[in-house]
Each structure stands twice: as structure tokens, then as C-alpha cells.
Design a protein. Structure first.
Length: 185
């Protein structure tokens, strides 16, 4: 099982790209859901930028910014982005891909990453006991390890997500067939 978790962690993007392409091919753009989609995607990407601007991968245990409220803000942001695109997709199949991917890939990856963090940072157990994994806490963690840096968000290549978001919307709006405005498989 650890080998599978390690594989999923290393290759989640390689698994996600063909699934995203399949989702795009199955999408039937529904303009009625464009505004709520853009709101969710923007909110999700804002969380990701905020998190990426604090994250110092493998250097320190990041407990600043959104990490004060939840342990996996990047994954929450990604999930909100996916749900936003699901709204605009007009396809039940796209929803199945989204939820299947998150359940089968991201949840095991989070468990694997937590094990790595426990091994690398002795203070992780104290942090994990105070901060929820998948939903924000109303009480922030008392210790903030980092300050936001836009340069850090760029170092963490968050611009790739912004480019991807723009590409998906361009595809949905200009290429995806939108002839049927009902949610259909």
C-alpha cells in the first residue's frame, strides 16, 4: 500500500491530465452556470495562491496563512476549482470524474503526505491535533510559521494553475458544444 500511495503522490498530475482532457471532451458548456462557476473557481484559486505564498516545501512545517485554519488548503482550492468547472460542464460524467479523482487520488495522497510530514517534522502531531485536514477551523492555529510572499507563490509555480484555468474556460466557452443546456450524461 505505501508503494501505491507513493505512486499516486508522484503521478497525480499525470493521472489527472488525461482525466481532465476526458472531462473537457464530455463537457457541454452551460452558460447559465458561468457566473457561479467563475466565482467558485476564483475563490478556489485565491485559496491556492494564498497557500502557495506561504508554503516552503520540505523546508519548514508551514503553519501560516490558510495553513492556520486547515492542513490542506491547496487541495481545498483545487476541489473548489474542480466543482466550479463541474458546474459549467453541463455533464454528469464530468461530476463523476471530479469526485472519483478526489476520492481515489487526493485522499490517499493526503494520508501519505501526512506520514511524511510526521517523520520530517516532530511538531506535526501537535499541529495536526489542532487543525482540521479538509475543512477550515474557526479557531486559527496559534503559531504562524510564515508570512505571505507573492514570490513564493511564483516559486511554487502557482501561475500554472492560473494558465490552466484560463485554458479550460477558453475551451468550455469557445470549443465545447453547448447545444444541450440540460445536465446529461
Amino acid at each position: 500500500m505505501p508503494a501505491l500511495l507513493s505512486f499516486l503522490r508522484r503521478h497525480r498530475r499525470n493521472i489527472g491530465i488525461p482525466l481532465a482532457l476526458a472531462a473537457l471532451l464530455l463537457a457541454r458548456f452551460d452558460p447559465r452556470f458561468l457566473l457561479p462557476s467563475v466565482i467558485l473557481v476564483t475563490f478556489g484559486e485565491s485559496i491556492r495562491v494564498w497557500a502557495a505564498g506561504h508554503l516552503r516545501k520540505e523546508q519548514i512545517l508551514t503553519t501560516g496563512g490558510p495553513y492556520r485554519f486547515m492542513r490542506n488548503p491547496l487541495y481545498l482550492g483545487s476541489f473548489l476549482i474542480a466543482v466550479g468547472f463541474g458546474l459549467a460542464s453541463g455533464s454528469v460524467w464530468v461530476w463523476l470524474i471530479i469526485f472519483g479523482y478526489f476520492l481515489l487520488v487526493y485522499i490517499p495522497v493526503v494520508k501519505y503526505e501526512e506520514r511524511i510530514l510526521r517523520e520530517k517534522f516532530p511538531e506535526y502531531d501537535t499541529y495536526a491535533a489542532s487543525v482540521p485536514a479538509f475543512y477550515p477551523s474557526l479557531t486559527p492555529y496559534q503559531f504562524s510559521s510564515t508570512k505571505f510572499s507573492f514570490r513564493q507563490a511564483i516559486r511554487n509555480r502557482e501561475y500554472n494553475a492560473v494558465i490552466g484555468i484560463l485554458a479550460v474556460y477558453a475551451f468550455l466557452i469557445f470549443i465545447s458544444p453547448g447545444d444541450n443546456l440540460s445536465l446529461r450524461p
